[in-house]
Design a protein around this ligand. Structure first.
Ligand code: ATP
Length: 351
């Protein structure tokens, strides 16, 4: 019986997770996956009230007593520097060793894309989530002077590269995708490039049914704008993955519908919409809940409930097709109307 920690967090996180939970309740009634939802009060309110971001016991409970985490967003202008968001999000990413950042970009409707002729975009980005330049290895010498030197190292390990490549290939096989593309900058960064290409090739050898290719990140950025439907699964490092997954999200209609999974496959999993807490629109019913509901789809897939995942995904697409959209997608529905419509569609589909 899957136990799911639900962390609405801050700002629009609270609003979009309310709708995601509404959908999960219908999933429970229709498919009976037996999910137990455990609500967690983590976020700015708790930090401002108790001075606590997250405790070691809470990390341990999230890690050991839950099968998945569904997160809204963290970030609040009342907390300068967003210490609580860093503690909770980075804490979970590193303590749970969530080395896969999986971000699918699927075009729901060609008119949502800024491209004139986008084609059928179904792109899954696998970004390494624990290494690269984001480990903050390095330092500054002669800081504040005109002789200042700043060194920011790019950390790549055999084990880190191997496991993200394997996750991408396993995903391709499981999801019936035919090609995995490695993205790097092996011409200008040959040390990292050599390791990535060697390990990618070794792992690819275990998956003979999957085609492979390799692209430099600059060429990939251009090609994603020119002919995005050419790509299926991309595997890449932390920095390039961060940039390319945002580019891919924008190609299919922006932040509102984008979902993500942070995974240590088989061990820990955290699902969240890609957007932040959006303080500018919080509390006004303007937030698009589709990214959160699409994150529920990823969570159901991960938990092995493919039928339920497909049904929620179909209801999501039906809402877009029927014009049930929030303002960011050019519609006039509010957050609750979109969530309620999707939940009703899911429920009706079983009748
Ligand atoms: P963070 O640093 O947490 O990512 P941010 O301010 O950079 O925060 P968001 O909070 O995602 O990014 O907001 C960026 C912009 O997109 C804001 O103008 C926000 O109103 C808008 N936005 C974000 N998410 C949604 C959503 N679900 N529905 C509608 N608009 C959204």
């Amino acid at each position: 019986m899957p136990r799911i920690a639900v962390i609405p967090g801050d700002g629009i996180g609270l609003e979009v997770i309310r709708e995601a939970v509404r959908v999960l309740e219908v999933v429970e009634a229709r498919f009976a996956p037996g999910c137990e939802l455990v609500h967690w009060d983590l976020g700015a309110d708790r930090y401002l009230r108790d001075g606590i971001t997250i405790t070691d016991e809470e990390f341990a409970s999230l890690a050991d007593e839950h099968d998945a985490i569904l997160l809204g967003a963290l970030g609040d202008p009342r907390v300068p520097g967003n210490q609580h968001a860093r503690d909770i999000l980075l804490g979970l990413r590193f303590k749970l060793d969530l080395y896969v950042n999986y971000r699918p970009a699927v075009l729901f409707d060609p008119e949502l894309s800024p491209l004139r002729d986008p084609g059928d975009i179904r792109l899954d980005v696998f970004r390494e989530n624990t290494e690269g330049v984001y480990v903050n290895l390095g330092g500054t010498f002669k800081a504040g002077t005109r002789s200042e030197i700043a060194i920011q190292e790019d950390l790549n390990t055999w084990a880190g590269v191997e496991r993200i490549c394997r996750a991408a290939f396993e995903h391709a096989v499981a999801r019936g995708r035919s090609r995995v593309t490695l993205v790097d900058k092996a011409n200008a960064m040959p040390a990292a490039g050599k390791l990535w290409r060697r390990v990618f090739g070794e792992v690819a050898g275990e998956f003979p049914s999957i085609e492979t290719d390799a692209m430099y990140v600059d060429a990939m950025a251009m090609d994603l704008v020119r002919r995005p439907s050419r790509y299926e699964v991309i595997v890449t490092g932390n920095l390039f993955g961060d940039i390319l997954s945002d580019l891919a999200a924008e190609l299919v209609g922006g932040l509102g519908t984008a979902a993500s999974a942070n995974l240590h496959p088989g061990r820990h999993a955290l699902f969240e919409p890609v957007h932040g807490s959006a303080p500018d629109i919080a509390g006004q019913g303007l937030a698009n809940p589709m990214g959160a509901i699409a994150s529920v789809v990823l969570m159901l897939e991960y938990l092995g409930h493919d039928d339920a995942a497909r049904a929620v995904d179909d209801a999501l697409h039906a809402a877009v097709d029927s014009g049930v959209r929030t303002a960011d997608m050019g519609g006039s529905a509010n957050t609750e109307e979109v969530g309620t419509w999707i939940a009703a569609r899911l429920s009706d589909a079983s009748a």
